[in-house]
Design a protein. Structure first.
Length: 358
């Protein structure tokens, strides 16, 4: 059967909490799509505004919305008042599935970084997802995680009575349980924290299962089956702060996770006196000296390149070097005081920016 003269419905539909999702083949572009039918939402301004924002989004970690349809399909009981969202089809399991348990801290970091990136991209468009949880994320056959199921229709008439409607126990932030709850992007940050904990522990602690959730007795991210860096465990734990104002921005969480994913993967080129050398995880320090002028040691700690030691006159981009300072991505280090003019010598430093490879 063809929907909108174009989408061939095959197989069987998924029936979720409020929506029906139909796997279809787009016969024009010959690709698989998932058409989500949202009953009765076609005339809600906010839903439409939000979908138009999502239509503009291009994120590797968010299901792409291709089109919106308002058509009646008698055979499938689709009414004109229903909104049908045509989305990219993701073939794969959702993250609630036990088959997708991370086996190491590195695998775990890759997973939570992808989720954090997707949510940051959503927030960058001023959209709040509202129903972040492992069931609403899938991993495709290439290992890419994509987020779907925007809580588009769940924003109206919020009150304690409807909380079951706008959130999911264990993932809904405490402020969603308040009367007249006003929510911000911080609800997604909380739900991300719960999801990250679930993905690591395959369970949620009792504090999060209370309704509303209560403050965590300890940092559970420090007790996952694999060891996370302290900074990673702390930033993830801060997502679960009971006070929405104290939760970090999603992009800051993403950046901390990226920093740890890139640990020991940088490479810098250092050129002095016509001689080039590389600094990386195999070769962590270099010492350069200009007799009677100055001497500098640069070292790589896995995250940054730092001035490890210096003596005499050493300048980084014309400012006197300070031991412990981080070198910018590209800079010139001068040995010798400025008044020494043509007796000074220069070191050029260039960092090649590594990418996260999934
Ligand atoms: N883009 C998609 N690609 C593949 N399957 C999807 C897609 N979107 C949703 N589904 C499937 O349909 C189910 C219900 O969709 P969802 O958007 O989560 O709606 P609900 O609000 O009912 O939970 C999902 O759990 C998932 O199995
Ligand atoms: Mg869902």
């Amino acid at each position: 059967m063809l929907i909108a003269d174009r989408y061939e419905f095959y197989g069987k539909s998924y029936v979720g909490g409020m929506a029906r999702v139909l796997p279809c083949k787009d016969t024009v572009l010959e690709r698989d799509v998932a058409i989500k039918i949202m009953p009765g939402s076609a005339n809600r301004r906010r839903v439409l505004d939000e979908i138009s924002a999502l239509l503009k989004m291009r994120s590797k970690h968010v299901v792409q919305v291709y089109d919106i349809l308002k058509i009646k399909v008698d055979d499938l009981a689709i009414e004109v008042d229903d909104l049908a969202i045509v989305q990219e089809f993701i073939d794969g399991k959702d993250l609630f599935d036990d088959a997708l348990v991370p086996g190491s801290a590195a695998e775990y970091l890759k997973m939570v970084w992808q989720i954090a990136s997707g949510i940051s991209d959503i927030h960058a468009l001023d959209v709040i997802h509202r129903d972040i949880k492992p069931n609403n994320m899938k991993m495709d056959p290439e290992g890419l995680i994509k987020i779907f199921d925007f809580g588009l229709a769940r924003d109206e008439g919020i009150s304690a009575a409807t909380v079951g409607f706008i959130g999911t126990r264990g993932f809904a932030a405490p402020e969603l349980y308040q009367h007249d709850a006003k929510f911000t992007a911080a609800v997604d940050v909380f739900a991300f924290g719960s999801s990250a904990l679930y993905i690591g522990l395959r369970d949620l602690p009792g504090e999060l299962l209370c309704q509303p959730p209560i403050a965590l007795a300890e940092n559970y991210f420090a007790k996952l089956p694999f060891a996370l860096a302290g900074e990673v465990a702390d930033v993830l734990n801060s997502c679960l702060d009971m006070d929405p104002g104290k939760r970090p921005l999603m992009k800051n969480v993403r950046d901390v996770l990226a920093k740890h994913l890139l640990f020991d993967r940088h490479k810098a080129l250092v050129v002095f006196n016509g001689k080039a050398s590389y600094l990386d995880s195999n070769n962590r320090t270099v010492n350069l000296r200009l007799p009677s002028m100055g001497e500098v040691g640069i070292s790589y700690d896995g995250f940054s390149f730092l001035i490890q030691r210096q003596s005499g006159d050493v300048f980084v981009n014309n400012r006197r070097a300070v031991v412990g300072e981080k070198l910018p991505g590209a800079c010139v280090v001068a040995l010798g005081a400025p008044e020494k003019t043509n007796l000074r010598r220069y070191i050029t430093f260039d960092l090649s920016h590594p990418e996260i490879v999934l």
